[in-house]
Every structure is written in structure tokens, then in C-alpha cells.
Design a protein around this ligand. Structure first.
Ligand code: CP
Length: 355
């Protein structure tokens, strides 16, 4: 069974297949309007969403399939204490493929342990958001024509931003990628991504505390929101917040050929005077999200019966405990899974360093 829990569950070749299919769907939409007739997608959203849930719904409808599910866990039997794994066993009786968003990290991976249908992670806590990453990759490809030789500026909340974590993992596999990390110290990229992804794969990165000094160097500026609630010192928030706001004046310093991306929703980190700039790609990015999810639904349904397609996150108990209180292994009765690499033991569900 092939699932999509982390961007690296797809090889670079499989990502190319998905992007090529998405581009073919864009070019020949009529040809795909009946290909999922009789199939059902279940959208299990335990956390709020506008784009991801509705683009999955729209994607399945444009493929001629049907959609069931819930947008609020309070309206499901989760509110009576049903576990993720039991919910998935039940949904397996009704649907052919499941998209799950959960505030608990590792919940979609726990779902794969019991599921008879493909599971797609639609965002789990601060951990991972692989379908947003596929959206980002398709957008980069369509805006700049390539996924190689790119300098990517990542702005804002790099600590908790699951879209940033997933994009770094995915882009680290392409040729000559460089990252510019633009964040206040409170929201710096977690060490496990810097070391386990960037250092391990020899990806150059630098860290700066403002957009102006680097905007002229980047091919992609990936904006995210700096959230006030993440700061313990509000004076510090007031001091730094405008360093991470993009406006038309800063865009004058950018390359003529570059693209501004944002997973959205935005609050105030991109001024509306940027919206009319042809390099502002964030609303085109939303539409790409629907096309790439159409391609992912088709590919995962096709690959589920192909034994050559692998899915294995590994992991053994190793007598460890995950220190992350938001990890599924601390909240529901799942089998503890840890992996050791270069002397560091990590929880397979959320990638926290084990105690
Ligand atoms: N980009 C994204 O995940 O948006 P939603 O939270 O609205 O789904």
C-alpha cells in the first residue's frame, strides 16, 4: 500500500510523475472528468482548513468521484473518544482513499498502520504537510520552469511552520538548491531539519533577520506568518514583526524573474500592494493545489496495487519514549516506533529526538 505521509514518501521520479500528470490535467481537463466515477474520497479534518479540504473536495469532484467526511471532529465520534485507528478502520468500509488533517503529530502515520486504503496526510500539527509541498513544487515548476538550481528564501515562522519543514525536505533532493532562512531567533528552523536534512545532504543555508538584505538573491520567496502568540515577550514581537512583512517597496529589490509563494492564509505578512505584481504567485498556487491533488488521488489509487511502490517509515520500540506531548504515541494506544541514525534516536511519528 502506498500512502503520502511525508514528502519523501515519493521518490524524485514519482514526484516528476505526479507533476507531469497535474500538467496534463491542466491541459486536458475534459479528459479527466469521469476517471474517478464510482470512487469515494473521505476527508477527515480534525483541524480547521479552507484550502486543503476544499481543494481535495473540488479535485475529487472534477475527477467525477464523490466525497464524504467531516470538517470538524466535534461532529464525529472522535468527540466520544474514538481513536484515529478505529475511525480509519470504519472509514475503510465506506471510502477508497482518505485525506486526513490532524493537530496531533503522527496521526496520519498511525492511520497507515491499519488502513486498507491509501492515506494522504493533509497536515499533522507542526510536523508535515506534503500535499502543500506538492502544490509548492508544481507552482515553482510552472513559475520558473525548473526545480533545480534555485535559491529559496523562507520567511517567518520556520519553527512551527509545517509547510516550511516539508518544502525543505522536498527541495533538498534537487540539484544545487540553496536556502536563505529569514526568521527571528524565536522562530528559527528546528535543529533536526538544519542538521538531518540540510547538513546531511550538503545543502548550503544561511540565516538572516530581515528580508531586504537578501531579497535580491532569491528565486523563490516563501512567505509564512509570524504569529504573535508564539512570542513570550511582546516587546520583542513588536520589534521584529515588520522585518518579515513583504511590501511593494521591498519587491523593487527583487529579481525580475522570481516568484513569491505563501501557503496562505496570510494575515499581514504580505501587503496587498504586492498582489498586483506579476511575481506574486500565491493565488495561482492555490489553484495548482487542486490540480496536484487530482494527480495525487489518481496516482495513489493506481499505485495501491503495485508491489514495486514502497512505503516504509520503519521503527522499533527501542525502549524509548517520545518527549513531544502532541505526538500520537503519547495520546493514543499506538505501537512506539523509533529509528536510530548517526547516534540520534528519533520518534518515527513526529521526528522528535527521543529521551
Ligand atoms: N495552506 C493550507 O494548508 O491552508 P488551509 O489551512 O486553509 O488548508
Amino acid at each position: 500500500m502506498k500512502h503520502l505521509i511525508d514528502p519523501t514518501d515519493l521518490s524524485v521520479g514519482e514526484i516528476a510523475e505526479v507533476i507531469a500528470l497535474a500538467e496534463d490535467i491542466i491541459a486536458n481537463r475534459e479528459q479527466y472528468s469521469e476517471v474517478c466515477r464510482g470512487k469515494k474520497l473521505a476527508t477527515l479534518f480534525y483541524e480547521p482548513s479552507t484550502r486543503t479540504r476544499l481543494s481535495f473536495t473540488s479535485a475529487m469532484m472534477e475527477l467525477g468521484g464523490n466525497v464524504i467526511g467531516f470538517a470538524d471532529a466535534k461532529s464525529s465520534s472522535v468527540s466520544k473518544g474514538e481513536t484515529v485507528q478505529d475511525t480509519v478502520r470504519v472509514i475503510n468500509c465506506f471510502a477508497d482513499i482518505i485525506a486526513m488533517r490532524h493537530k496531533v503529530e503522527g496521526a496520519p502515520l498511525a492511520a497507515t498502520e491499519v488502513s486498507r486504503t491509501p492515506i494522504i496526510n493533509a497536515g499533522d500539527g507542526s510536523h508535515s504537510h506534503p500535499t502543500q509541498t506538492m502544490t509548492d513544487l508544481l507552482t515553482i515548476k510552472r513559475e520558473l520552469g525548473t526545480l533545480n538550481n534555485l535559491t529559496i528564501g523562507l520567511v517567518g515562522d520556520l519553527k512551527y511552520g509545517r509547510t516550511v519543514h516539508s518544502l525543505i525536505k522536498a527541495m533538498s533532493r534537487y540539484e544545487n538548491t540553496k536556502f536563505v532562512l529569514i526568521a527571528p531567533p524565536e522562530l528559527a528552523l528546528p535543529d533536526y531539519i538544519k542538521h538531518d536534512v540540510c547538513d546531511r545532504y550538503g545543502i548550503p543555508y544561511c540565516e538572516v533577520d530581515n528580508i531586504e538584505s537578501v531579497i535580491g538573491d532569491v528565486d523563490i520567496l516563501y512567505m509564512t506568518r509570524v504569529q504573535q502568540e508564539r512570542f513570550t515577550d511582546l516587546d520583542e514581537y513588536e520589534r521584529v514583526k515588520d522585518c518579515f512583512v513583504l511590501d511593494a517597496q521591498k519587491m523593487r529589490l527583487a529579481k525580475e524573474r522570481m516568484a513569491v509563494l505563501h501557503p496562505l492564509p496570510r494575515v499581514n505578512e504580505i501587503a496587498i500592494d504586492v498582489d498586483a505584481d506579476p511575481r506574486a504567485a500565491y493565488f495561482r498556487q492555490v489553484e495548482n493545489g487542486k490540480f496536484v491533488r487530482m494527480a495525487l488521488i489518481l496516482k495513489l489509487l493506481e499505485w495501491q496495487n503495485d508491489p514495486s511502490r514502497t512505503f516504509d517509515h520503519g521503527g522499533k520500540s527501542l525502549g524509548c519514549k517520545c518527549p513531544n506531548p502532541l505526538c500520537i504515541s503519547n495520546l493514543e494506544p499506538v505501537r512506539p516506533r523509533f529509528e536510530e541514525s548517526e547516534g540520534i534516536v528519533r520518534c518515527v511519528y513526529c521526528e522528535s529526538k527521543a529521551e
